[in-house]
Ligand binder design. Structure first.
Ligand SMILES: Cc1cc2nc3c(=O)[nH]c(=O)nc-3n(C[C@H](O)[C@H](O)[C@H](O)COP(=O)(O)O)c2cc1C
Length: 193
């Protein structure tokens, strides 16, 4: 059987930050179960905002007309069996890096459906406030739920926790363990497509 492909997308500018630490655990769990894992660090990549030209929505769709660092990412997203998105909460929602990436995923849909349809998704969020409500994590959670429901992808697991300084989340042993379990779950899951 072919190895499952998991694509991890890091949406924090902190490569060794809290959301990246959770993503590292997901990667570990997925690799333990035999998946190949590739990690993308959005910070520093040139990803422009969607310009709403809608060329990607025509049938046959042309894909995205913007020539930037999203271009190779589209192919990676198409090939992946599961996708993990890790983001800090910035101003009561996902980070701007993550939102730009999400907006540009619009181009994976056209007349014949969205390329992420049926894929498994894991969401990881960290925030400094004490809970998902006061931190604004709920807004990001709701956005991911709506977006992946809209395109027909399945959120296999959504993990979130409170931490401020980079790496602090590692002391949340329970959450770190759950992230590793999520990696295994994503690797085992069968896609509906
Ligand atoms: C620009 C900025 C905005 C932030 N906004 C929030 C916020 O709205 N709510 C919150 O609880 N924490 C907020 N934080 C704190 C981060 O979410 C928190 O430190 C998180 O653990 C960072 O994750 P990272 O290490 O993966 O970057 C903010 C931090 C920054 C730098």
């Amino acid at each position: 059987m072919a190895r499952k492909k998991v694509l991890v997308v890091l949406g924090s500018p902190r490569k060794k930050g809290n959301s990246a630490a959770l993503a590292g655990q997901v990667k570990k769990g997925a690799e333990e179960c035999g998946a190949s894992v590739e990690t993308l660090f959005l910070q520093g990549m040139k990803i422009s905002p969607c310009t709403a030209c809608d060329a990607c929505q025509k049938s046959p769709a042309s894909g995205c007309v913007i020539d930037d660092d999203m271009e190779p990412v589209y192919e990676k997203l198409r090939r992946a069996d599961a996708i993990v998105i890790a983001s800090p909460v910035y101003w009561f929602n996902m980070s701007a890096q993550t939102k730009l990436f999400m907006d540009r995923c619009y181009a994976l849909g056209g007349g014949d459906g969205h390329a992420l349809k049926g894929k498994k998704v894991g969401i990881l969020l960290t925030y400094a406030d004490s809970d998902p409500f006061s931190s604004g994590a709920v807004n990001a959670i709701r956005t991911f739920q709506d977006a992946f429901r809209y395109i027909g992808a399945e959120i296999t697991g959504m993990l979130y926790g409170s931490a401020s300084i980079a790496g602090e989340i590692k002391s949340n042993r329970d959450l770190m363990k759950k992230a590793r379990e999520l990696g295994k779950e994503l690797c085992r899951a069968k896609n509906r497509r």
